[in-house]
Design a protein. Structure first.
Lengths: 252, 234
């Protein structure tokens, strides 16, 4: 075995120091520019962090593909939903007249919106694909209020980083960063394929996040909370998905 | 003769084993993900209400999928997906380091590109004949690859892996929002998924032949060379 020369030791030391310094700087920049996902710890943390950071550097403002009317799936799949309980049945019987969307957290004017108010708000439609993490997909036309509009009405604090959204399904809640929350295609959808949004597809109100897998498009939205610290919710992993073993960022 | 016994460079050895680990992790996690929906489609969309191009004759891990089996497999998608994408990063970054440094150092020119005389019909036919007759490789192949081996390695490095990464990225809703052409030219998102699966079959076939050839050539001597970098002259 040859001994390392003094010069080699110095070179090795310099490379190690540069590497450690580079990592520290990268971590600092990533935190500053919001490139760290809330489930970025643990053994799969490095992969998730690389994916989320790369996507946010590449695709912050990109638009999901939109399709022509002829490409709308004749037979979309509504997937399974756990029983929604008596309260939901009561609301449904009354045509969801009593349905309320609460918006709170880091906003200037927290409040609630009825479905009628949301339906008479500015609307946007898009024909986009919804993809399940299992591998299947369908294309539908979605119509609703852009989430960005609702956030503008309530006045989001400039330091807000995430929007947490909850569902009538008690154990299912999600969150997204401001890049998706303010994205023009992100809708609080109340119509599908030109008609009222069917209950099986998330009616009366479904979050529609176009650049992520279907599980981010949570059905039966009841509450939206704006925050600058998404880790204070639940187990601190960003949403119910990572608590069940699935990635928080579902843009892949 | 210390110089002459060097067979594989440190770059080749480290990237070979990193790729091995990443590929096996991708294969296992990928098959687990497929189990949740073992049906394949062509075009943009596909689900249990539409006709599949083909399906795998296995039970699914979701009871909504009609497989004909009265049995639902356990759901393994959570960790499988985390592991799949983390391993994909390892594979891609390893591949970039290997190709980048390999080009800089002339690894491909020196070790993998067939020479002009290698590519003559006579030589190629001779090599095919040797393989078909299961002739054990001669001592010169301890130090150098034969022409079929070179073409197979080049194919896997510059065609197989790039295609599997491309078809994988073409399934990502975020990635294709920025680069829609990557999925459009494949004929749609479900086509990308089907191609990704078929390409996996091709890569597994390569792996099996690769393993068989290594066993045929002398398993321990070849594996030792890929670990220590040294080979023994016979």
């Amino acid at each position: 075995m040859s001994k390392l020369t003094r010069r080699q030791w110095i070179a090795a030391g310099a490379v190690t120091a540069a590497g450690a310094g580079g990592l520290a700087v990268a971590a600092r920049l990533a935190r500053r520019y919001g490139l760290l996902p809330p489930d970025g710890g643990g053994i799969y943390g490095p992969g998730e962090t690389l994916t989320y950071a790369a996507q946010r550097l590449l695709t912050r403002h990109s638009m999901a593909r939109e399709f022509s009317r002829s490409q709308i799936s004749a037979k979309p799949l509504q997937n399974e939903v756990d029983p929604l309980g008596e309260e939901f049945a009561r609301l449904q019987k009354a045509g969801f007249a009593g349905w309320r969307l609460t918006v709170d957290g880091m906003v200037e004017r927290p409040g609630t919106f009825s479905l009628a108010e949301l339906r008479s708000s500015p609307r946007r439609s898009h024909i986009t694909m919804i993809q399940c993490e299992e591998g299947w997909s369908y294309i539908a036309e979605w119509t609703g209020v852009p989430l960005a509009h609702v956030l503008q009405v309530v006045g989001v604090a400039p330091q807000a980083t995430h929007v947490v959204y909850r569902s009538f399904q008690k154990d299912w809640w999600e969150s997204m960063d401001m890049a998706d929350a303010l994205h023009p295609q992100t809708l609080l959808a109340h119509e599908m394929n030109g008609g009222e949004l069917p209950v099986g597809f998330g009616g009366p109100l479904r979050m529609r996040v176009t650049r992520q897998l279907g599980y981010k498009s949570v059905k039966y939205i009841t509450r939206i909370t704006v925050t600058d610290n998404v880790k204070q919710f639940g187990k601190g992993l960003g949403s119910a998905a990572p608590e069940a073993g699935y990635a928080w960022f579902a843009g892949i | 003769m210390a110089e002459a016994s060097q067979r594989h460079s440190l770059l080749v050895r480290v990237t070979h084993w990193l790729t091995t680990v990443a590929f096996l992790a991708l294969l296992v996690s990928g098959l687990e993900i497929v189990v949740s929906h073992p049906r394949f489609y062509w075009g943009e969309v596909g689900n249990i209400n539409t006709r599949p191009l083909f399906h795998l004759p296995i039970p699914a891990s979701r009871h909504l999928v009609p497989t004909g089996y009265g049995y639902v497999m356990p759901d393994q998608n959570g960790w499988s997906r985390y592991l799949h994408f983390q391993s994909a990063w390892v594979l891609v970054l390893t591949g970039l380091v290997y190709v980048g440094i390999g080009m800089f150092r002339g690894h491909f020119r020196r070790d993998l590109f067939p020479t002009r005389s290698d590519l003559s019909g006579k030589r190629v036919m001779a090599s095919i004949r040797e393989h078909l007759r299961f002739q054990r490789p001669g001592p010169e192949e301890v130090w150098s690859y034969n022409v079929l081996q070179r073409l197979a390695y080049l194919g896997i490095i510059f065609v197989g892996f790039p295609l599997i990464v491309w078809t994988g990225l073409a399934m990502s809703p975020s990635f294709v929002s920025e680069f829609p052409a990557t999925v459009n030219v494949l004929g749609g998102q479900q086509s990308a998924r089907t191609l990704h699966f078929l390409l996996t079959g091709a890569l597994v076939l390569f792996l099996l032949v690769h393993l068989l050839m290594v066993i045929w050539a002398g398993f321990w001597s070849r594996v030792r060379a890929m670990i220590t970098g040294r080979a023994e002259a016979r």
